[in-house]
Design a protein around this ligand. Sequence first.
Ligand SMILES: [Zn+2]
Length: 212
Amino acid sequence: MAKYYLCTESIVELVEVGPVPQEDTAMAKGLKSLLPKPSHIHGRRSSITYAIAASASPYAVPTEAEFNEMLQILGMDRDHLRCVFCNKPTKRLGHLNALVEDRQPTGWGTTIGNLVPVCSTCGSRRGNQPWAEWLQQQATDKTWPGHANVIETTKRLTLLEQRFPDQRLVWSQKIPPDLAQEFRDLQAEVIESLDRLHKIGTKIKAYFGAQS
Ligand SMILES: [Zn+2]
């Protein structure tokens, strides 16, 4: 006996196989956790949007002198890098200010003045929040390892920002407006195409009787 499922714009004929027994459903849920995750364009929308915006951000490897000066301002020594926020040892540099805000490049980049030693915990906890605001929030938590140094850290980070050029000025004052607009328009087109692809992909999946 044929069973019909109504899709958004078409009717798909599927062969009815009868109700799935309860125990099979429970087993299928358990098995689902073993499967590769289904590919959803919507799930990648924000990372693609971010990648596009970040692609217009400045990138420059600091000179040795600049790198050493940055560490000097932060009161650190090169062989013992510590997270600028919580003071834990770290071997990575992160962005002090977000490269992307509201899907658009901020002008901040991977450049001296916007690079500081940051541990992965502080990096992921802070996300895109402005550093000064985030630091003030952390200051209310007396159990947080960086609690005692908030005032000193704020002072040093402010000095760092004053010492090196603010790249946002380049974005707002030197990038030709028509070039910036073309960038935004193309980014919007890509996002619109992703949404259309998502809808079409979901329709195609439905022909297989597949779960979305
Ligand atoms: Zn940290």
